[in-house]
Design a protein. Structure first.
Length: 145
């Protein structure tokens, strides 16, 4: 199956469709994005802007979803709120605080000090660069919030 997205005038994904691989074959039997785009235009109108996306994220960074935007400079679909992290050549949510650092292992920004793992709740304190215990949070669990 081949996956295509419709983009609006701001390069925002407004629709995701699945078509048969047979519908993207050119005259030589090779898969062609251009053939797939024309197939989509024949279905939904010639004035629509279509682009192929990869279900397994093998091209254009990720599988596009409704609300994502297409970044033509990087030929990538980007989730809402994500930024390009140039030094790591990836997209991620921006750091929550200026002191947070990039974790190559987790592929996101994290606090420079690991949060304690126990039954209390903590909040990051940017002034002291540490985790502050939330009073009365003994036994707190995310599913209790």
């Amino acid at each position: 199956m081949a996956h295509f997205v419709e983009l609006d005038q701001n390069n925002t994904v407004t629709r995701v469709i699945v078509i048969s691989n047979d519908d993207i074959l050119d005259g030589n039997g090779n898969e062609s994005e251009d053939v797939g785009i024309q197939f989509c235009k024949n279905l939904y109108g010639q004035d629509k802007n279509w682009m192929q996306t990869s279900y397994n994220g093998s091209f254009r960074y990720k599988y596009a979803a409704i609300g994502d935007t297409y970044d033509p400079e990087r030929n990538a679909f980007v989730s809402p709120g994500h930024i390009y992290v140039e030094e790591h050549d990836t997209f991620a949510l921006p750091p929550k605080f200026p002191s947070w650092v990039w974790s190559s292992e987790r592929k996101r920004f994290v606090a420079p000090v690991q949060k304690p793992v126990d039954t209390f709740r903590y909040l990051w304190n940017e002034d002291t660069l540490s985790w502050d215990l939330v009073e009365g949070s003994e036994g707190w669990r995310p599913w209790n919030a």
